[in-house]
Design a protein around this ligand. Structure first.
Ligand SMILES: [Zn+2]
Ligand SMILES: [Zn+2]
Ligand SMILES: [Zn+2]
Length: 493
């Protein structure tokens, strides 16, 4: 059975233009300038497309690049553990609120899911999600049952000793103050101006930026008409249940629509001013293409073509599996369309475009990881001089016991970084994604792992570079190339 999306048929020529690879030099120069990372350059060559090159020398451990994400999302399961800004992913509110909130949700029986995967490109994240979707449903159910009995989740090694709800609530509402917590306080919470419960920010700046770029079309607050609100909630729920990368694709579509409206408003204004009405506003497709520009730079393949076949799927079922993935994307797209459809931007709701966006995230995304101040707090208490420690622990110990092993869960999600995504792969990389102590928000940090000379290409590893040659080549085939790095060339012989 073939899936037919009417928009793909209607706009096939234009869609091809949207999906054609685009490498505009000035776009990258602008990005490098705004990120103040003067030590690098994006260059193109006919052999392997674009790449990032050193424009000055880096020593081992030097920061090569700090990249601001274009689109990011916190994993839905992680939202229980970590309360972070919805735009920059910095932790917000007090230590008391962080701990109280988590224990409150834990007491309510909301399930959690823990893995703290630092750094590497999450090539197989989607495949894992797909693989894990049934599994995590089971887990969710069993956790719910466990937690009804106040928190003894089977997933952790030490038994959690639950606290009475009134203690948890007074901590969450900051009526109860923990010793030394003021040293670890985070920005206070700025709510979404649309009045939804989802959007919480570290600053008015983040709130406004998110509103302008994404959230004004994704807010489920009170201002929204109920039909759209229901549709939006259905889209979000579907993504949470199947694959939260759909939320990222939704953000990409939404940001293009909002960009387009901004460009159009500017053009209309210009037209009002000019007497001889030379400025035309008819060429909407051109303007839409301009609004799409940041996304046009990312390397894309359709999700159902590039997704790695999970180990438990037999190769003779491959076609059926890929069709199922395509169907899943189409279901998500239809839900999104119901929620945010805009007639002038109709072609963005093509399945080809949606699938290519998800594929772009699949092939380029980095794990989004932000370390938790709650972990720092408990480490600090643990390292206090003996007498102070004893005194502090009389207050903190019950909370640590209630949290169990999960006290130090970091913020986790997935994000697309425009400059980092230009970095090519090597199994002998000279740089890697690595969060330092001071990196406390969702930006990507790329660090040199050895000396990089001026003019040398900066490479990272998309996969576990310690795997045997055949496994590396198989993993990299999903990215559409076979690696010819020095390590692979040597091992091939
Ligand atoms: Zn923020
Ligand atoms: Zn909102
Ligand atoms: Zn290689």
């Amino acid at each position: 059975m073939e899936i037919i999306c009417p928009i793909d048929a209607k706009y096939s020529d234009q869609i091809a233009r949207f999906l054609a690879p685009s490498d505009r030099q000035e776009y990258f120069e602008q990005l490098i300038a705004t990120r103040k990372c003067t030590g690098i350059k994006v260059k193109h060559d006919s052999d392997h497309g674009k790449g990032v090159y050193a424009d000055s020398e880096f020593q081992e451990g030097d920061l090569v690049l700090k990249d601001q994400m274009l689109f990011g999302v916190q994993h839905s399961s992680n939202k229980i553990d970590c309360f972070v800004c919805g735009f920059c992913y910095r932790f917000i509110s007090s230590i008391e609120h962080q701990i109280g909130r988590k224990l409150y949700l834990q007491n309510l029986g909301v399930s959690t899911n823990h893995e703290c995967d630092q750094g590497t490109t999450s090539s197989s994240a989607v495949a894992n999600d797909w693989n894990g979707s049934d599994l995590s449903d089971d887990e969710a159910n069993s956790d719910t049952v466990d937690c009804q009995n106040f928190g003894e989740c089977a997933s952790s090694n030490t038994v959690k000793i639950p606290l009475p709800m009134e203690v948890v609530l007074s901590l969450m509402h900051e009526e109860l103050v923990l010793p030394y917590s003021e040293k670890f306080s985070q920005p206070s919470v700025i709510p979404c101006r649309g009045g939804c419960n989802e959007g919480c920010y570290c600053s008015k700046l983040c709130m406004e930026a998110d509103w302008e770029m994404f959230h004004s079309l994704l807010c489920t607050g009170t201002e929204l008409k109920s039909r759209r609100k229901e549709a939006l909630l259905a889209f979000i729920e579907h993504a949470n249940e199947t694959n939260d990368i759909f939320l990222l694709a939704g953000k990409a579509i939404v940001s293009t629509i909002l960009n387009y409206r901004k460009l159009k408003a500017a053009k209309l204004k210009q037209k009002e001013k000019s007497v001889c009405s030379e400025v035309s506003v008819d060429c909407d497709c051109h303007m839409l293409l301009e609004a799409w520009k940041p996304i046009s730079m990312g390397f894309k393949r359709r999700w159902w073509d590039c997704i790695a076949l999970p180990d438990d799927v037999d190769s003779c079922d491959e076609a059926a599996f890929r069709m199922q993935i395509k169907q899943l994307a189409y279901t998500s797209l239809k839900l999104l369309k119901e929620a945010i459809f805009d007639k002038e931007c109709e072609l963005l709701f093509s399945l080809d475009i949606y699938g290519s966006l998800i594929g772009m995230f699949e092939l380029n995304n980095l794990d989004l990881v932000v370390a938790s101040p709650v972990e720092d707090y408990f480490l600090y208490i643990n390292e206090l001089p003996e007498s102070e420690k004893k005194k502090a622990e009389q207050v903190t110990k019950p909370f640590l016991n209630a949290l169990g092993d999960d006290y130090s869960v970091c913020c986790q999600g997935t994000a697309f970084f425009p400059l980092q995504s230009c970095m090519n792969h090597s199994c002998l990389p000279n740089a890697k994604a690595f969060k330092r102590e001071e990196d406390r928000d969702g930006q990507a940090t790329i660090i040199a792992v050895r000396t990089i000379r001026k003019g040398e290409e900066i490479t990272i590893s998309y996969i576990d570079e310690d795997l045997p040659f055949e496994e590396r080549q198989a993993s990299l085939a999903d990215y559409g190339f076979s690696c010819r790095c020095p390590k692979c060339s040597e091992e091939q012989q």
